[in-house]
Design a protein around this ligand. Structure first.
Ligand code: FPP
Length: 266
């Protein structure tokens, strides 16, 4: 389990000794963007960017786990990504198969548990099998949760939650007066990540500054960090830098910061 001390290998490797362990984000969510542009810059096919992106998933997972992050959510395939050319979609559907085949033993070594949000029933059978096997093989791991968003869309998630709540009201399981933020959250796909269902820090790589239908409810109070680095170039050092940026933010959750000895009613 994560103690107040960062694990030594990460501390020494990435100069992360500037990080304040007590301010470590518990849940980091990443929009891994820029794979296509990374490949284009090198005159390579777009899928070469996704391949390198998969390698980076491995390094960043290990680094986040070493840093004591509790949940790492990675946006791997959105409900909108089906609009891409069939060849690219097929490649993206093969990536989890390659990744888990190769990396599950490492995940277990790092005590990392795999979780998935999104409608996996629409994924090809081979992808579903790879995902389900990884979930099953890592189910007893107690460390970080590596949460892949696969065929995930926040609006679909919210509409699904509303439908289920409506059904539960119709059958008398839920009284409309009971519906509050906490109950609503419990109908979202991130409920399985509680008490860390909401990201503290959302990172988007590649210089784009938008949310692209990712965790819209859950990021109500997240700190947002947009970095110009393309995902295939993203290094543990970039993660440390983005966490440092997070640690310099003044998180007030809508309140005001009260300095010691000061009266907030003043
Ligand atoms: C966005 O970049 C990236 C994606 C749609 C796919 C992200 C997937 C990975 C990084 C690999 C995932 C690995 C596993 C193990 C599931 P883009 O293609 O939109 O880049 P661009 O904006 O430069 O075109």
């Amino acid at each position: 389990m994560f103690s107040k001390k960062l694990k030594n290998n990460t501390k020494n490797q990435f100069g992360s000794d500037q990080l304040q362990p007590e301010l470590m984000p518990k849940h980091i969510a990443i929009i891994m963007d820029g794979n296509g542009r990374w490949a284009q810059k090198r005159h390579l096919p777009r899928v070469a960017g996704h391949k390198q992106g998969m390698e980076v998933v491995e390094t960043i997972t290990k680094a986040a786990s070493d840093l004591g992050v509790k949940v790492l959510t990675l946006y791997a395939f959105s409900t909108e990504n089906w609009k891409r050319p069939a060849g690219e979609v097929n490649y993206l559907m093969d990536l989890p198969v390659t990744f888990f085949n190769r990396f599950v033993p490492e995940l277990i070594k790092h005590d990392v548990r795999v979780n998935v949000i999104g409608d996996t029933s629409k994924l090809p059978q081979k992808t579903q099998t790879a995902v389900n096997n990884a979930i099953e093989q890592t189910k007893d791991c107690q460390g970080m949760v590596l949460n892949f968003a696969l065929n995930y869309g926040s609006r679909t998630e919210i509409v699904g939650a509303v439908q289920t709540i409506a059904q539960d009201v119709a059958t008398g399981k839920v009284d409309p007066a009971q519906i509050d933020e906490q109950l609503f959250s419990s109908y979202l796909m991130t409920d399985s990540l509680q008490p860390n269902g909401d990201p503290d820090l959302l990172i988007r790589t590649s210089g784009e500054q938008r949310l692209s239908n990712f965790l819209l409810w859950q990021i109500a109070y997240s700190e947002l960090v947009f970095t110009d680095v393309y995902w295939p170039d993203y290094q543990p050092q970039n993660l440390v830098d983005d966490i440092l940026a997070f640690q310099q933010r003044d998180r007030r959750f809508g309140g005001i910061q009260v300095k010691e000895g000061e009266n907030k009613n003043k």
